[in-house]
Design a protein around this ligand. Structure first.
Ligand SMILES: C[S@@+](CC[C@H](N)C(=O)[O-])C[C@H]1O[C@@H](n2cnc3c(N)ncnc32)[C@H](O)[C@@H]1O
Length: 268
């Protein structure tokens, strides 16, 4: 973590404690503008607990919209990382107008290089689409949408790091579109010793999401159809969630199974 750069913004204004994310968000074309995925994630992130909620990690910070929200929710130490240098600049810019009270680090790094532990909260809006050469824009924005042959390399990498990253009472909150295999994600979490629950589900327009990718120069519509056809073939649960015009986006929470405080059953 030698690349850590500490960043202390200089006022208390919050962009997302207002009614919505502003429409105008000046960002370079290589950085994702806050999206419906970002909004869904924001709505699922819990406020910091006064006793434990001090450290939060924003993985793949992009514009900085999630990191900014974490500061507004009372996390005292916020680490934001992104492998796109333009996104790191954007996150710093966003945070430069917020929250004197939080200590914030914004780091340019590939998540694979990040080592950390004891985070009360890890927040993730990952790239979720297959990285196929015919779909790319050939710009850094590809990192925001495409991840490995199945679209889940980044998500799986983060899940596989949770055992050390998350504090015993920590929460991993992430968004998960129906065209990723939900059964596979929950199995991976369960193998790692985590419980997972759906916090909420929103339905997003397939056409609007495709158009959004196209506005960044990616082959949005065929790529989304490709991803949906793939998941329909491998997961009946995902296929069931595809309505003709919309797809489900789940907001999921994973916690260490040993810290589960739900109903306990036993027999004598
Ligand atoms: C879908 S965007 C989310 C941006 C922002 N968190 C939001 O919700 O609007 C995913 C972000 O992850 C970053 N990213 C992708 N692969 C990464 C990696 N291996 N390590 C670090 N960041 C990565 C991308 O550059 C991009 O900014």
């Amino acid at each position: 973590m030698s690349a850590l750069s500490f960043y202390r913004p200089d006022n208390e204004r919050s962009l997302v404690s207002r009614s919505d994310i502003p429409r105008e968000w000046p960002l370079p074309a290589s950085v994702l503008r806050p999206s419906d995925f970002s909004r869904a994630l924001l709505a699922g992130v819990p406020a910091a607990s006064p006793s434990t909620g001090s450290m939060a990690l924003d993985v793949g910070s992009g514009s900085g919209v999630i990191a900014e929200h974490l500061c507004a929710l009372g996390y005292r130490h916020v680490l934001a990382i992104d492998s796109n240098a333009d996104a790191v600049k954007a996150t710093r810019q966003t945070l430069s107008t917020t929250h004197r009270s939080a200590s914030i680090s914004v780091v340019e790094a590939d998540f694979a290089e990040v080592r950390g532990e004891g985070f009360e909260l890890v927040a993730l809006n990952p790239p979720t689409l297959p990285d196929v050469s015919w779909a790319r824009s050939r710009n850094q924005i590809d990192l925001a949408f495409l991840s490995g042959p199945e679209g889940r390399t980044f998500l799986d990498l983060v899940i596989n790091s949770l055992t050390t990253l998350l504090a015993p009472s920590g929460r991993f909150i992430f968004v998960h579109p129906a065209y990723l295999d939900l059964d596979r994600t929950t199995r991976l979490l369960s193998t790692g010793g985590f419980r997972c629950r759906i916090l909420r589900t929103v339905w997003l327009s397939t056409a609007a999401f495709a158009a959004r990718m196209e506005s960044y120069g990616l082959a949005g519509e065929p790529l989304l159809r490709f991803a949906m056809a793939r998941s329909g073939a491998t997961s009946s649960a995902s296929a069931f969630q595809h309505r003709s015009e919309h797809f489900a986006l789940h907001v999921l929470e994973a916690t260490h199974a040993s810290s589960y405080r739900g109903a306990v059953s036993y027999s004598l």
